[in-house]
Structure formats: C-alpha cells, structure tokens
Design a protein around this ligand. Structure first.
Ligand code: NAD
Length: 423
C-alpha cells in the first residue's frame, strides 16, 4: 500500500514515530482503506493557548498550554494533562493518539485526547499552580465537558489540579459538574480503586499471559522498573498472587534480592525517604542491569524507550508487561519477537487506569458510589476480556500482541467511523 512512510532512522525513538510504526503495520494487516487511514491518524482538534499568570513576586509570566483531541469517534475524548518543561505539540499529539487506541482496545466508550502546559511544577508555589490551572480551564471552557472532553492527571498533575479544574469549570456552568474530570480526590467524587487501578491491570494482564504461556505464577520471578504508582502497586498485587519480586528500582537505582524483595519494607522506606536510595533490602544494581535480569516477567513501569535496539538482544525475561507508556521502542519489537519474548503492550497492559477513570465518570453521572470490590471486579473483567480479544487476533493473524492490540483498536474505531460518518 502506498500510505506507509518509513520511520526516520534515528538513534532515539520519539513516541509519535514509535506509535505510527505500529499503527502502520496494523493498518496494513487490516487492509485499511486510505481514506479511513488518513482520518484515523489525524488529530480531530488541536488547541494552543497562552496563559499569562501573576507569579508570587508580582511579575507576569506567560505559559503555553495545549489540548489535542485525537478522536471523538467512540465518545467524548479522554486523556491526562501533563505539566512538564518538555511538553510540546508533537508529544501531546502522540499521547492523544495513544489514548484513542487504549480506550478502543479495552472497549470503553471514549475517544483519545491529551493536554499539557509547558512549565516546571517543582519550582512553582501552590498558589501559582492554582492560578495556572484555573487559567488553563478558562481557556478550555469550549473544549472540556463531561460529554465532550474529560481531562485526568498525568505527569506533574494530580488530584489537586483535577479539583481546581472541576471547580473552575463548575463556576462557568453555575452548578457542580463532577464528571468533567477524573482522578479527583475521593471526597470530590473520585473513585475507590483508582489509585491502584493501573497496577492492578498490569497484574491481571500478567496472570492472563502466564496462563497462556503455561508458566506457573507461584514459581515465577519478576523484576519491576519504577516504584511509583504503577510499579509499586503492580509489584504488591503480583506478590499477592504468589509471584516472587526479585528486583525493584526507581530513578536512583535498582535493588536485587533472589529471596524476594520485602515490598512492605520497601514501600515504607520510600514513604519515609521519598526514594529507594540507600535501601538495604537488596544488592544495588543499575536500572540497565535490572532490565537484563534472568527473570520470568519484566515490568517496565517508569519511562519510555528503556528497551531499545541497543539492549533488546540482552533481555532474558520470557514475558514483558508494559506498565509504562512506550517503554519499548519500535526498533526493539522485531528483536524481542525473534527471541520469542512475549510482550503485553502498554495500550493493553496499563489500560486499567483509564478503565477505572471511566468508572469514576459513570459514578459521577449516576450520582452513586461503587464499593472498591465492585470497581475491582468490573475492571478485572474488562482487562481479561480485552486480553482475550487481543490474544485471539494475535493467534489468528500470527502477529505479536502489540500489533494485535493495534488491530483490535483500529478495527473498533474504523468500523464506528464508517457506520456513523464524519462527526
Ligand atoms: P510515578 O511518578 O508515580 O512513578 C515513576 C517511577 O519511575 C518512580 O519510582 C521514579 O523514581 C521511577 N523512575 C523515573 N525515572 C526513572 C529511570 N530513569 N529509571 C528507573 N526508574 C525511574 O509515575 P506512574 O504514575 O507510576 O507512571 C509510570 C509510567 O506508567 C509512566 O510511563 C506513565 O505514563 C504510565 N502510566 C501511568 C498510569 C497511572 O495511572 N499512573 C496509567 C497508565 C500509564
């Protein structure tokens, strides 16, 4: 087919190129027509705003804010808001497209979006962050809405920023509109189970993959990169299922203990010192060494592009479950595939988070609160069904789980687009 452009040859892969490479392979396998291909790859809306903020010292500083709606074919668009100095339109576009495929693969009725403000939240006061968040919301009145576009936290933002967005949006509407954002504090309509939802989805995906691979989980070893929200919860839940976590890490380094890391002790250490630096429950190794350990399961849950064409050949895990977004560069896919390593891709493995965000929105709209047990049972079911759908497509077409995930997602969005037309 004529529409596939070769990926540029660079050392460092950018997330958009990695995403498009997989998208192109899946589109080709599906025989997607050129018109639908063009529609699906192009963002539906891109908004750039300037945000003049009075800083604490009295001077005015102008920040740039973005919101990209990649698709609203399946429903209102959903995606986080990132506060980081590296935020730029290209990155936001890639992350928005990723959200479209993630929501489609788990079959929740959302399109994909992403937002961001180029800023360094670590050097801003709470007051400055509040003014910035409120100004961003005002500029996005026409974009945000429970039926149109629903933000959530991402890097550099959390429940407090979501509370400000909800409040500012509600002011303009003259009534409280909880469902305009997810990831809110519990008292403002957040959902039980949201905090551990992504790690829980990683655990469910791991258990499903091990079952297919006929590996006994109680005899399996695991290395987890990143000990934040996703990594620490995934590690804890996998350990509860009987897997042995023999390595964990954060940005300061990795820790290895063949007898198993004491996760409660590690969590307490991190809660006290904010990092794992100085932790003595395992011998110190590097993050690169952690990735190359001889384990059954590797869970990269920190950052993008950590498995790439430089180290893919040295990976010894039988199964990789991507807790992080984009931890494997597209150039590593073929190497891992050749080595027979099974990869549960990010858009499937870490979709537990957006699934429970969807439950938060549903509860807000119902004016009702579900129990933690109900949230967990429903998200587990959605994750298992999605895994099964992806697995059967992989089996039928003899492709990796990653390409199968994209095929499932593209089919869902393309079929919906063709049936409903051009909205
Ligand atoms: P977090 O900030 O809570 O934790 C990140 C962890 O990674 C920390 O332990 C940090 O020290 C570690 N880290 C940072 N740089 C590192 C490096 N160079 N080497 C090793 N470790 C490093 O973030 P999180 O919410 O757990 O998100 C982690 C990944 O999962 C990101 O890619 C994020 O986009 C993705 N994700 C998160 C969610 C969610 O619900 N939180 C949902 C889907 C995907």
């Amino acid at each position: 087919m004529g529409y596939i452009e070769p990926a540029p040859i660079t050392d460092k892969e950018n997330p958009f190129e990695s995403m498009m490479e997989r998208f192109n392979i899946a589109a080709e396998k599906l025989g997607l027509d050129l018109e639908t291909y063009e529609v699906l790859k192009s963002p539906a809306k891109q908004v750039i705003v300037s945000l003049p903020i009075v800083m604490d010292d009295g001077h005015k500083k102008v920040f740039e804010g973005y919101r990209v709606i990649h698709s609203n074919t399946l429903g209102p668009s959903k995606g986080g808001v990132r506060y980081d100095l590296d935020v730029n339109l290209d990155e936001v576009k890639a992350l928005a497209a990723w959200m479209t495929w993630k929501c489609a693969v788990v079959d929740i009725p959302y399109g994909g979006a992403k937002g961001g403000i180029k800023c360094d939240p670590s050097v801003m006061s709470k007051g400055e962050l509040e003014r910035l968040t409120r100004a961003y919301t005002v500029k996005m009145y026409e974009v945000f809405g429970p039926d149109t576009d629903i933000p959530a936290p991402d890097m550099g933002t959390g429940p407090q920023e979501m509370a400000w967005i909800m409040d500012e949006y509600s002011k303009a509407q003259g009534k409280t509109v909880q469902a305009v954002v997810t990831g809110k504090p519990l008292v403002l309509g957040g959902s039980l189970g949201r905090v551990e939802a992504t790690g829980r989805g990683v655990m469910v995906s791991t258990m499903e993959a091990l079952r297919k691979m006929k590996i006994d989980p109680t005899a399996a070893t695991v290395a987890v990169q990143g000990f934040g929200n996703v990594g620490s919860n995934a590690a804890k839940l996998l350990a509860q299922k009987g897997l042995k976590i023999i390595a964990i890490s954060d940005h300061t380094g990795a820790f290895y203990n063949l007898d198993g890391i004491d996760l409660r002790e590690a969590s307490e250490y991190r809660a006290t010192y904010k990092t794992l630096e100085g932790y003595t429950g395992g011998s110190k190794i590097t993050n690169d060494e952690l990735l190359e350990l001889d384990v059954d399961v590797l869970v990269p849950a920190a950052k993008e592009d950590v498995i790439n064409n430089k180290n893919a050949d040295k990976i010894k895990a039988k199964l990789i479950v991507e807790g992080a977004n984009g931890p494997t560069g597209a150039k590593a896919d073929g190497i891992l595939h050749k080595k027979g390593i099974v990869v549960v891709p990010d858009i499937l493995a870490n979709a537990g988070g957006v699934t429970v965000s969807y439950f938060e929105w549903v509860q807000n709209r119902l004016g009702y609160k579900w129990t933690r047990d109900r949230v967990n049972r429903r998200s587990d079911r959605i994750m298992k069904e999605a895994f099964e759908r992806v697995f059967s497509v992989a089996d039928k077409h003899n492709v990796s789980l990653r390409i199968a995930s994209y095929m499932v997602a593209i089919t869902k969005v393309a079929d919906t687009y063709k049936l409903r037309g051009s909205f």
